[in-house]
Ligand binder design. Structure first.
Ligand SMILES: *[C@@H]1O[C@H](CO)[C@@H](O)[C@H](O)[C@H]1NC(C)=O
Ligand SMILES: *[C@@H]1O[C@H](CO)[C@@H](O)[C@H](O)[C@H]1NC(C)=O
Ligand SMILES: *[C@@H]1O[C@H](CO)[C@@H](O)[C@H](O)[C@H]1NC(C)=O
Length: 242
């Protein structure tokens, strides 16, 4: 290597070092959430078996009677509702809200009980009991229908409201089973979700007390695509529950 080449190599290395030092690190995951210094998001594990990881916010003031329990889709977990600012918003609006990690997602270990329909209903029931969640409004997107639907058909009398967002598993139940559920229901789906939204809507329409909101310019995970619209319709529904 001659001096010229060595100098070039040295310059190249220096340049790389500068680039490395000078570049900002990977963006912090939480940087896009609406930070709210007044809301504390608590985290914990339920006492049950299996333990379920959850994130919880308490009402900042003027507590409402209903409590919101948020499930999640396949690519998500309880953190999604914190990143989206849903937990913080609900707290500010006077709601206790709890987001769960379903077994095998986020910080919850997989569970054998989750392999049967009855097991999943029982698991959710146990988690609500451990959390002392009463007057629950259950928010259930996509894959979480595996838990929410069996729980709904068995335990709807325990729910004050139900917010399905293109959930799975609706095909597993009959019109008669849906007709028996008097729980006030807000069906939310994204305009661009052409598969699961329509399939679930066909079934959920049999719930006697439901309203439907289609979020424009939103796909299957419509709450992620249009969080402001989603938050507005969710709050309107919650605020008007008897
Ligand atoms: C936090 O609470 C303080 C005192 O009540 C208030 O002045 C402030 O505006 C609140 N901040 C947010 C982001 O709500
Ligand atoms: C649907 O019902 C069948 C038969 O009862 C059951 O084996 C299956 O696990 C159910 N699927 C879901 C997703 O609940
Ligand atoms: C239907 O649900 C709404 C809330 O969305 C509630 O105000 C109303 O009382 C319910 N109607 C019946 C007949 O239960």
């Amino acid at each position: 290597m001659n001096r010229y080449q060595a100098a070039l190599l040295g310059l190249g290395l220096l340049f790389m070092l500068l680039l490395y030092v000078g570049l900002p690190g990977p963006p912090e995951q939480t940087s896009w959430l609406c930070r709210d210094p007044n809301v504390t998001v608590l985290a914990g594990l339920t006492r049950g078996s299996p333990p379920i990881f959850y994130r919880e916010v308490l009402p900042l003031h003027q507590p409402h009677r209903v409590e919101v329990v948020l499930l999640h889709g396949k690519a998500f977990n309880s953190h999604t509702w914190e990143q989206l600012g849903t937990l913080q918003l609900l707290s500010r609006r006077g709601y206790r809200a709890v987001a769960l990690d379903l077994p095998g997602f986020g910080n919850s270990a997989p569970s054998k009980e989750a392999s049967t329909e009855a097991g999943r209903a029982k698991l959710l029931q146990q988690a609500l009991q451990d959390l002392e969640a009463k007057n629950v409004v259950l928010v259930s997107p996509s894959l979480s229908g595996r838990y929410a639907l069996p729980f709904l058909v068995r335990g709807h009398h325990q729910l004050r409201g139900f917010v399905p967002i293109a959930p799975t598993s609706t095909q597993n139940y009959t019109q008669k089973q849906f007709l028996a559920v008097k729980t006030p229901t807000l069906i939310v789906y994204g305009e661009l979700d052409h598969v699961l939204a329509q399939e679930s809507l066909q079934q959920l329409r049999h719930l006697p007390n439901h309203s439907v909101v289609k979020l424009h310019n939103a796909g299957h995970a419509c709450y992620l695509h249009q969080p402001q619209d989603f938050h507005l319709v969710l709050l309107a529904f919650l605020d008007h529950l008897p």
